[in-house]
Design a protein around this ligand. Structure first.
Ligand SMILES: [Zn+2]
Length: 272
């Protein structure tokens, strides 16, 4: 009985210390891994993931353009995240995908960028991925798996390499970067928030989802939907945000699509 009490106390303590309010979303999360640890995992996973998608695009101009757009959006995150070293990686792949590793590594494929016609759309997809990072979705997912795998009472005895092995296994199996529907909606609304702060027309986010939804009816290379599910439901939510909370941005010249700049600086570097 005493043993049981002790176990319950340990569990309770871990829960209390593991629960924190997210600076971007205001939501309470169970986080059992340190941001330093997950950042190191992101760092370790980057070369393998980049290679898996054919490396970075050869065009230095396209890489610089994506980085310029990404940095412009990432500058607008909450001050609690001001020390993140954002990195934007343009993958030389026809596969339509975008994903983020904790620590601020944002990947977007050439195949996805080539579907776009405006800079606001690119800012939308990058904002969504930045939103996954600030909402700490990978940290959260890893924490739930860690709790299930090691048992909350045993956490103190699990070593850093245990965590790292587990995360590496999940990255290889493609399960670490899979998000649930609520996390997707959260990343959309974070992305829109950052886009608006950067004076982009947030309608670009809606267009990204419409592009993905349309492409999903034909292409077989829509890997993005297996990790970022349910575009139809997300379209509805984003529409509601544009009509409600962000109504003032619509038909407002202050919020731009930068379609001309996209045409001038990105499109000439497309593969076809
Ligand atoms: Zn997502």
């Amino acid at each position: 009985m005493r043993h049981l009490n002790l176990l319950l106390t340990v569990m309770l303590l871990t829960f209390v210390s593991g629960c924190s309010k997210n600076a971007a979303t205001g939501r309470n999360q169970l986080i059992l891994v340190s941001s330093g640890d997950v950042r190191a995992m992101g760092e370790a996973a980057k070369p393998e993931l980049t290679k898996q998608y054919g490396g970075e695009v050869a065009s230095a101009e396209l890489r610089a353009y994506v980085t310029m757009v990404g940095r412009g959006v990432a500058k607008r995150v909450e001050p609690q995240y001001s020390n993140i070293k954002w990195e934007f990686i343009t993958l030389d792949s026809d596969i339509i995908n975008a994903f983020a590793l904790p620590g601020g590594k944002i990947f977007v494929s050439r195949g996805l960028i080539e579907k776009f016609t405006t800079e606001a759309q690119l800012a939308g997809v990058l904002g969504h991925e930045i939103g996954h990072v600030t909402a700490r979705h990978v940290d959260e997912r890893l924490s739930h798996v860690v709790a299930a795998e090691f048992g909350l009472g045993m956490l103190g005895q699990a070593s850093k390499s245990d965590f790292a092995n587990l995360a590496a296994k999940m990255i290889t199996q493609g399960t670490l970067l899979k998000f649930n529907r609520d996390q997707e909606q959260e990343a959309d609304s974070q992305g829109i928030k950052y886009m608006v702060r950067a004076s982009y027309d947030p309608h670009g986010m809606l267009e990204v989802l419409q592009i993905l939804e349309k492409a999903s009816r034909g292409s077989t290379k829509l890997e993005i939907l297996s990790t970022h599910p349910d575009p139809k439901r997300r379209i509805k939510t984003v529409r509601a945000l544009l009509k409600g909370k962000y109504a003032k941005t619509q038909k407002n010249p202050k919020y731009k699509t930068w379609a001309g700049r996209f045409k001038r600086d990105a499109m000439p570097h497309f593969s076809k």
